[in-house]
Write a new protein. Sequence first.
Length: 352
Amino acid sequence: MRLRTVLATLTAGLAAATTVTAAGPANAHPDTGTATHTVADTATDEACSPAVSLDGFSDALDKTTFDGTFVGNLSALALDRDGSLAALSDRSSLFRLDAKTLAPESVVPLADESGAALDSEGLAIDGDGTRLITSETEPSIRRYSRDGRILDRLPAPSSLLVAPAGRATPNQTFEGLTLLPGGRTLLASMEYALSGDSAGIVRFQTWRRQHGRFALSAQYAYRADSGLGVPEVHALPDGRLLVLERGFTAGFGNTVRLYLADPRHATDTGGITDLTGQGGVRLVKKTLLADLVNCPSQGATAEQPQPNPLLDNIEGMVITGRAKGRLEVLLVSDDNQNAAQTTRFYRLRVRV
């Protein structure tokens, strides 16, 4: 059964929230003429590409509230140890959702050490149930207990800090977060390039667990498509990554592409100051799985111009299972608490 059908019954039980406006993402429209390689598979009438199919979507949580908290601004997803779904709002809230129905079950407020709100963007759940959460502000990664208490804060390379402390641009820092197979290595993706690096070259920073704590480890360089940033990454069991690339142009809408990336033979760029014209640097290899503009719209509507009404500001991604040789992948869009945008969940089947 498609997700939107399953969730239709939830709509009546979710209270409508007052909508306020907020600025959407402001990224340049990408060039689209570059030839890309796709992973082959059998196409279906739900196909976005030979490798990706859309099982369905749901807008049931759009502009709703739970326990007095707006259910939106969702930037990251993760599976918890009990099988529930964790959904992170960039307004300092962490929701627990039923993994099948997506109905909210609880919400935990988050804050930094001084009690201030976070620009919380990336989420990973460790083997002991602690939550690893990024904030774009500094940027930073903190470990939280299930009830929202800060347990630890990871070190960050000085170059990745927001200027003038480092070379990053505000609101373009740690967006994606994932634990690699075995749980000993954590990887965070910057959204956009550092000052001094070539446009489109995004740094992926890793930490390695040592004596129960995460210490700085290797760093890699990934080239995003022209005008696009990296809002999310998710590790596969073999060490490769699913990578979301996303951009927005007023009057045109969103561009969202899903890539398969392999950092396993990339150069460690942690000691390279400027990634501009550097010879001998092996970038993270990537293969296009799908440009989501090519997905069937399945009756979706949009409140602003979009090249496909199904699209919105997609930021969160999690692998929820595997069936018939394909990964089951759940995406979510960040509505920015904006009347022209939608909190939308997408069910994909992905062959890698």
